[in-house]
Design a protein around this ligand. Structure first.
Ligand code: HEC
Length: 149
């Protein structure tokens, strides 16, 4: 009896250790996941010259993003209310690659070309904020391609 107890206790401890290891490994993989972007699915960049955050992009973010990505309680720690916050990125790193919109996570998210979980604004969000238009995505691409000023 004493022996059996020890064996099952050992088994329980082993199971707990194994689950903790498994959980922490998947957790880490999840944290750094950055989807590969199929740039051929993106709408083209706008041809407008001199696109800036203050002049063109801020208004788009204010309408469709800052309800969730503000300074107070930013989702994914991403604050889109300022240019500096946007360039800094999320808790997982940069969401914009200046000069290369086709490689920018933010563009893939708003263009909704990747996994549904990554779409922005999220599908069926409670605030009822709809997707960006193709023109808005094109303007964001032009802004990033021109150096995200
Ligand atoms: C209704 C709330 C909501 C709105 C509106 C919203 N987001 Fe998000 N966003 C989230 C949440 C929640 C996450 C975190 C998702 C996750 O971790 O799975 C997120 C994550 C992101 C990420 C990924 C960050 C990373 O590094 O993984 C980007 C980029 C992003 N949002 C951009 C935008 C943009 C641009 C807009 C506006 C066009 C927008 N979001 C609108 C809630 C929102």
């Amino acid at each position: 009896m004493k022996n059996k107890m020890t064996i099952s206790q050992n088994l329980i401890i082993l199971t707990v250790v194994a689950s903790v290891v498994a959980l922490s490994t998947t957790g880490r993989a999840e944290e750094h996941k950055r989807p590969t972007i199929d740039a051929s699915k993106l709408p083209p960049a706008a041809t407008k010259p001199g696109v800036t955050y203050e002049g063109d992009i801020k208004a788009i973010f204010e309408k469709s993003c800052v309800k969730c990505h503000n300074a107070e309680k930013p989702k994914a720690k991403l604050n889109l209310t300022t240019l500096a916050g946007t360039l800094k990125g999320s808790g997982d790193g940069k969401v914009i690659e200046s000069g290369n919109s086709a490689k920018s996570l933010l563009v893939a998210s708003v263009a909704r070309i990747g996994a549904e979980d990554d779409w922005m604004p999220p599908k069926d969000n409670k605030a009822n904020i709809g997707p960006l238009t193709v023109e808005q995505v094109g303007l964001i691409r032009a802004w990033i391609d021109q150096g995200a000023k």
